[in-house]
Design a protein around this ligand. Structure first.
Ligand code: NAD
Length: 468
């Protein structure tokens, strides 16, 4: 499609949704939102085989990982939302303050309107549709822009949404950066973006032109600390899982490890054993996803080559066969290496040994706030100290990545790793405008209206004495 045609399609899709905003505000209530979510759930169930096939074609994802990380997060989000939606939608009463005596106050959650959802490629099904659940639950319409890097999944999402929803409620517009930027030029009521911090800045800049609110789910380098009191086998199991699921292409994957010197040897041998048990040896395992495309495979193996050239030592793995990269442990990483600066987003794990936690905390705090931080230690005081001394979007203690799956926890970053939060009630609120409604019953405030003389003045003086 040429760019004039693309912008016609985009403008028409936006105009169709925009034209229905007022009607939807009146008529897209609890029952209609429920029905929309039930339809989405049914469409996912009916298309399970097609979802497996699309993700296999895009990056050889094992079916088990498709279930765990693509399908279940969306269906669980729907289930949790259906269970709680009525309560979330209910206006919340707020007690009056002294000044507002004689009034009643409530917070009413309203749909924002027409929302833009831009998704990344690493969990291309989940990260396009999970935000859609919150978006619909809050009563909005959506234009969804899946990632161009996973074309089979993008086409599947377009078909599935096209068969499930009228285009003036949800529509999918496929394409890459240019399509994304054409969409970003429109005055959406909310933009929910999942992707890299670099593109997040472009999104926020575009949103500022219309003062559109944003939720930015970004990434970064999530540090993991294995302390002197760690349960070694447990740490090895969780770190291997969190790091190598999706071949390391996970926004909340442990990016690099700090391991206390006293447990280093035991931990590394447990981690090597765990990797061998889960993935065997070599780069190709039926339990390990591939890197999404050749360009990214070159980027990830380039990080490894650069590190090796500059003196890093490979402790395990290191094999590369096209888009298959073996789970790899390296050490002796220095600040000159690209791998120390860039989000790795692949199955390579740098291991840094430490004796004193303070320089580790200083190093974490000197860098942009990460999306996740993981701590393995059974000593409560040490864990609490790390929690207090650092900041990150979320934290896993004695586990990795699972905090993503708790619908009651806000999922999101902080500054460079994101703005706002998603999942469950937090996702619902991200797509809602919290409208303040104060209703007069018998407010006494007119007693102090001007002219400020006599009774009005005496009351203001009294108020100053009591409240001041
Ligand atoms: P990306 O930022 O390159 O792309 C994300 C989306 O933005 C895609 O749909 C793409 O088409 C679009 N896009 C790309 N360049 C653009 C531009 N210049 N202008 C406008 N739109 C543009 O991210 P990615 O490579 O798809 O995904 C990987 C990144 O996403 C990593 O940094 C990862 O940590 C992060 N991520 C974060 C989360 C989270 O929930 N916080 C989840 C998954 C991935």
């Amino acid at each position: 499609m040429d760019s004039a045609r693309v912008s016609d399609v985009i403008n028409a899709a936006f105009a169709a949704q925009r034209a229905k905003v007022e009607e939807r505000r009146l008529n897209f209530g609890y029952a209609e939102r429920r029905a929309a979510l039930e339809n989405l759930s049914r469409a996912i169930r009916e298309n399970e085989a097609a979802i497996f096939a699309a993700l296999k074609s895009d990056f050889g994802k094992p079916e088990a990982e498709v279930v765990l990380s693509e399908i279940l997060p969306v269906t669980q989000e729907i289930r949790h939302t259906l269970r709680n939606l009525r309560r979330w939608m209910r206006p919340k009463r707020v007690s009056p303050s002294l000044v507002t005596l004689g009034t009643s106050a409530r917070i009413v959650l309203q749909p924002r309107g027409v929302c833009l959802l831009i998704a990344p490629w690493n969990y291309p099904f989940n990260l396009a549709l999970q935000p859609l659940v919150s978006c619909l639950a809050a009563g909005n319409s959506a234009i969804v822009k899946p990632s161009e890097m996973t074309p089979a999944t993008s086409a599947l999402i377009a078909r599935l949404i096209g068969e499930t929803f009228p285009a003036d409620l949800v529509t999918v517009i496929e394409g890459g950066k240019d399509v994304s930027q054409a969409l970003l030029a429109l005055p959406f009521d909310h933009i929910f973006f999942t992707g890299s911090p670099a593109v997040g800045k472009i999104v926020m800049e575009a949103a500022s032109k219309h003062l559109t609110s944003v939720t930015l789910e970004l990434g970064g380098k999530s540090p993991t600390i294995v302390g002197p009191g760690a349960d070694i086998d447990l740490a090895a199991k969780w770190i291997a899982f969190g790091k190598f699921i999706n071949a390391g292409q996970t926004c909340i994957a442990p990016d690099h490890l700090f391991v206390h010197a006293s447990v280093k040897d035991r931990f590394l041998s447990a981690l090597r054993a765990r990797i061998a048990h889960a993935y065997g040896s070599g780069a190709t395992s039926p339990h390990l996803a591939k890197i999404v495309n050749d360009q990214h495979a070159r980027r990830v193996s380039g990080l490894l080559d650069d590190a090796k050239t500059k003196g890093a030592k490979v402790l395990a793995g290191g094999g590369v066969e096209g888009r298959a990269i073996e789970p790899t442990l390296i050490e002796a990483v220095t600040p000159e290496m690209e791998i120390d600066r860039e989000e790795i987003f692949g199955p390579i794990l740098p291991v840094i040994t430490y004796d004193d936690i303070e320089p580790v905390l200083a190093r974490i705090n000197a860098r942009p706030k990460p999306l996740s931080l993981y701590i393995f230690d059974r000593d409560k005081a040490r864990v609490d100290h790390i929690l207090k001394a650092t900041s990150s979007g979320g934290v896993g203690v004695n586990l990795t990545v699972l905090h993503y799956s708790h619908a009651g926890l806000p999922f999101g970053g902080v500054n460079n790793s994101g703005i706002g939060a998603s999942h469950g009630n937090n996702g619902f609120r991200a797509f809602s405008h919290e409208r303040a409604v104060l209703q007069n019953r018998f407010s006494a405030l007119p007693l102090v209206f001007p002219p400020y003389e006599g009774m009005a003045k005496r009351l203001i003086d009294l108020a100053r004495r009591i409240l001041g």
